[in-house]
Design a protein around this ligand. Structure first.
Ligand SMILES: Nc1ncnc2c1ncn2[C@@H]1O[C@H](COP(=O)(O)OP(=O)(O)OP(=O)(O)O)[C@@H](O)[C@H]1O
Ligand SMILES: [Mg+2]
Length: 453
């Protein structure tokens, strides 16, 4: 059983003591008790509890006032309330709390809440483990297939690789797969350049000697050195400052570096794989990225397409994640739920899809996820889809054959014109139609460029 960290915040001793009784039964769990709002925030910040049982009336403050901050430290908040303030509690539900308890309550009610949260934690832990074990690039899209086929070849060379793609498109998976298929004996080390300020990137990358700067009270080995004979994966390299880029360039040119505050030159044999969600060509033009470094890191370019450009893979990935996280038969999707997912744009790409599945597994017990359940558990799909529907021009179904032919012709011509940037001559040649004839048809159907935008 996983350990659950519980914090009970209530000024009434009798309430706090109820939790002692429960905790006696689950010895692995940990209990913290606080009596006011300030103390609650302090303990929560330090201990990062899984559950907080929060009295809505604390002596120094209204409990609801601290919910927004508390949410940063605790996974779940359960509000404890007196009968009179039930409406208030219902309002707090809208602030994203897990549940509320009305005083007086039975110990069993608390036990049930803890049990449910424990089950959810266990499930997520299991999912986390399964996730680590699965390293596969799923998808039938030709671009993905080509990348998958090329990975073993790329792995055999020691050329630098630059992986470009939007958030969540699988850049890190590709990097790890290249490492997996390579013959390198050293480790795979990751440095995320977006998460750190300049000086920290450099100390992480090169390491430092004791006394190099205030606070450097011991020698530290940098990631470059740790990646010796292996792979250094520089994630979000597009976010690296031009200054640090110059230092990195030297390493790529001379295969040597010095730790900060040291003057010995160290030699390393590291393969560089880099990734970014920025368009580096654009960054070059804006002089945010050094051209010389770009050519050094871009010996083999890999572009990962966004999920919305390979909608056919949505179902494939959906079933793959279901299988990896759980027994395939646990639940299935109804046709309309699948259709809703296919319609969705997935701005967060595959990571977003994966998180949807995790959420569904954690929250729903249904055997079949239909549209209603899907939209309830993942409301962002609905928000997005209704937004899109508003803009959609309603399609009128043709009532006779001639109207049907007209609709077909109109759609065909619009698409052809679109493809040829609305250049009439070019379009006419492409679809083998007389220019004058095309022009007539455009008039007939009232086709202008703005129509389709
Ligand atoms: N083709 C795929 N097949 C299976 N899983 C995938 C695929 N692409 C991405 N994933 C999964 O989606 C998640 C996001 O992938 P990854 O971390 O590689 O993306 P990323 O491009 O590095 O994203 P970010 O830019 O946000 O760092 C990961 O959990 C990964 O396992
Ligand atoms: Mg990444």
């Amino acid at each position: 059983m996983v350990k659950v960290k519980i914090l009970v915040a209530d000024d009434l001793e009798s309430i706090r003591n109820v939790f002692d009784i429960i905790l006696k039964r689950n010895k692995q769990d940990v209990l913290f008790k606080t009596k006011n709002a300030q103390e609650t925030l302090e303990v929560a910040k330090k201990e990062q509890p899984n559950i907080v049982f929060l009295d809505i009336k604390l002596p120094d403050k209204d409990g609801t006032e601290i919910i927004p901050e508390l949410k940063n430290y605790a996974d779940h908040i359960i509000v404890i309330t007196g009968h009179a303030s039930v409406q208030n509690a219902v309002n707090t539900l809208k602030m994203g709390i897990y549940d509320y308890l009305e005083k007086p309550f039975e110990a069993q009610k608390i036990e049930l809440i803890i049990k449910n949260i424990r089950n959810e934690m266990e499930l997520l832990k299991k999912i986390g483990q399964l996730e680590e074990e699965s390293l596969e690039l799923i998808g039938d899209n030709p671009k993905i297939e080509k990348i998958r086929l090329n990975i073993p070849k790329i792995a055999q060379s020691d050329a630098t690789v630059l992986i470009q793609g939007e958030n969540g498109t699988g850049k890190e998976i590709v990097a790890r797969l290249i490492y997996k298929y390579s013959k390198t004996k050293g480790p795979f080390i990751v440095l995320n350049c977006a998460a750190l300020p300049d000086n920290l990137i450099e100390s992480e990358l090169f390491g430092y000697k004791k006394g190099a700067f205030t606070g450097a009270d011991h020698d530290k080995i940098g990631k470059l050195e740790r990646a010796d004979n292996g792979v250094l994966f520089l994630d979000e390299i597009g976010d690296m400052s031009v200054n640090t880029q110059a230092k990195l360039l030297r390493v790529l040119q001379f295969k040597t570096f010095s730790p900060l505050g040291g003057n010995e030159e160290k030699r390393v044999n590291v393969r560089f794989i880099t990734a970014t969600n920025k368009d580096l060509k654009k960054e070059l033009h804006m002089e945010n990225f050094r051209q010389d470094l770009f050519y050094r890191i871009n010996e083999i370019p890999v572009f990962l397409p966004p999920l919305r450009e390979r909608k056919k893979d949505i179902l494939k990935l959906l079933h793959y994640f279901k299988r990896t996280f759980y027994n395939e038969n646990l639940f299935s999707f109804s046709r309309d739920a699948e259709e809703t997912l296919i319609q969705y744009d997935f701005p967060g790409n595959i990571r977003e899809l994966k998180n949807f599945i995790k959420r569904l597994i954690a929250i729903s017990n249904a055997k079949t996820i239909d549209n209603e359940i899907l939209l309830e558990i993942i409301p962002e799909i609905k928000d997005k889809n209704t937004l899109e529907k508003k803009d959609e021009i309603p399609k009128i179904r043709p009532v006779n054959y001639s109207e049907f032919m007209d609709t077909m012709e109109r759609d065909f011509l619009t698409e052809a014109l679109d493809k040829n940037d609305w250049n009439i001559s070019k379009t006419a040649i492409a679809i083998k139609m007389q220019r004058s004839n095309l022009y007539k048809k455009m008039k007939k159907y009232n086709l202008t460029k703005n129509d389709t935008n």
